[in-house]
Ligand binder design. Structure first.
Ligand code: SF4
Length: 200
């Protein structure tokens, strides 16, 4: 019998495999709609947030600003997004979904849902624990400078770690809500970056 290999490596391997599968599924949906993968991801990302700066979008997807700009030009040409100037910074360009873009983003979300919501054998608590572990890894890689953008609870100024008085749950001081492991957010619109690298 061969040794299973170090746990950390198997964890990375499992997340990597999941990530590749989801990428293929997203690519299929993108191709169906005549989009590149980046164009589809931009639509998905803009859907709940409405307005974003081009530089912010580039950082979020780990691409250069010209690459993000090219993808946005293609989306603009198809009538899915529109660009404007940022009233708080004239040098910055903002991006918004058009009504057509919002409809397409919603359709993409519906097409992706069966993959995310397919029948599972794990409980919500177990998936919450998995989410906690993955977010801890993201925070660790962010502290190492490998991940540059993280808008999850563990890197947020409003996050308070679990305490016995809250039945061992964490707390969001902005939303004033208890956060169970399964409530942790991965990409929160209210996120406020925490300075320092304290483990959460
Ligand atoms: S603001 Fe969002 S990211 Fe920050 S702790 Fe609250 S829920 Fe988490």
């Amino acid at each position: 019998m061969t040794a299973p290999g170090p746990l950390d490596l198997r964890l990375v391997d499992a997340v990597d495999r999941l990530s590749r599968a989801l990428r293929i599924a997203r690519q299929d949906i993108a191709t169906k709609h005549g989009l590149s993968l980046l164009q589809l991801q931009l639509l998905e990302h803009l859907a709940p947030r409405h307005i974003k700066r081009v530089g912010e979008l580039a950082r979020n997807f780990g691409v250069t600003q010209p690459t993000a700009s090219d993808a946005l030009t293609a989306l603009e040409g198809k009538g899915y997004v529109e660009r404007g100037s940022d009233p708080t910074d004239r040098r910055a360009t903002t991006v918004t979904l058009t009504a057509t873009g919002a409809r397409l983003a919603s359709q993409i979300s519906e097409e992706f849902a069966p993959i995310v919501e397919a029948e599972r054998t794990t409980s919500a608590d177990e998936r919450g624990t998995a989410l906690h572990v993955v977010l801890s890894e993201i925070r660790r890689l962010q502290n190492l400078g490998i991940i540059t953008v993280d808008r999850s609870c563990f890197s947020c100024h409003h996050f308070q770690p679990p305490e016995p008085g809250r039945e061992g749950h964490a707390y969001c001081t902005l939303l004033r809500e208890t956060l169970r492991q399964q409530d942790l957010r991965v990409d929160c619109p209210e996120h406020s970056t925490l300075t320092g690298s304290a483990p959460r």
